[in-house]
Design a protein. Structure first.
Length: 209
């Protein structure tokens, strides 16, 4: 397999992983629904930042960290799932609506960005992905590992930006139709929270199994 073919295969794989609805996508959608386009795109930027960090982790892991990851993997998995469940419970208990957001209770851009980065970094599925997949694509015969990691990182961030950005814009359009329907909006937020809890529980079970 040539290096170009290797990159195309990685791109198809990473795009497929990102398109599958999960905790990251749900957070971006919830941010766009509650705070509009700006909040959704800010959350997208946070996910892209988290994706870059995952790439760094995967690249380093190929050379060194993977040898020590097994002993730390389960604690990280449990902590990440617990954090996602906590966020999900917060959304389920929340009564935030689109109409009330306009009055000034909207989260700041920095809070949205920070929580998006944390959501991405503490997503157990992402750690499973980098540990299982990155060593298959980072190969010495294709050149320096760090340079390959940069290319794969740029591809990952670009795919996240395209997919999650589209989700954010779609959520913003949906938000315009929900103004004046606070009950519907509240239930959407609670539904997103329940999806987060379910996704966290599933990935925790999958990882431990």
């Amino acid at each position: 397999m040539t290096y170009s073919e290797n990159l195309w295969l990685f791109f198809v794989l990473i795009l497929g992983i990102i398109i599958v609805p999960g905790m990251d996508m749900i957070y971006v959608l919830a941010s766009a629904l509650s705070g509009g386009r700006r909040s959704g795109l800010t959350a997208t930027g946070g996910m892209m930042t988290g994706g870059a960090v995952h790439t760094l982790y995967g690249t380093l892991g190929t050379g060194f960290i993977v040898a020590f990851a097994p002993r730390f993997f389960v604690p990280v998995l449990v902590a990440g799932a617990a954090y996602m469940i906590w966020i999900g419970l917060s959304l389920v208990r929340s009564s935030i609506t689109v109409s009330s957001v306009e009055t000034g209770r909207l989260r700041s851009g920095w809070t949205t960005f920070r929580q998006a980065v944390a959501t991405c970094l503490m997503n157990p599925k992402a750690y499973i992905f980098v540990i299982a997949v990155y060593p298959q694509f980072l190969k010495p015969e294709y050149g320096p590992i760090w340079m390959q990691g940069i290319v794969m990182g740029l591809m990952t961030v670009a795919a996240q930006g395209a997919v999650y950005g589209a989700v954010a814009l779609a959520g913003d359009r949906a938000r315009q139709t929900l103004v004046g329907n606070p009950a519907v909006t509240a239930w959407i937020g609670r539904g997103a929270g329940m999806l987060l809890i379910a996704a966290a529980a599933f990935t925790l079970w999958e990882g431990i199994s």
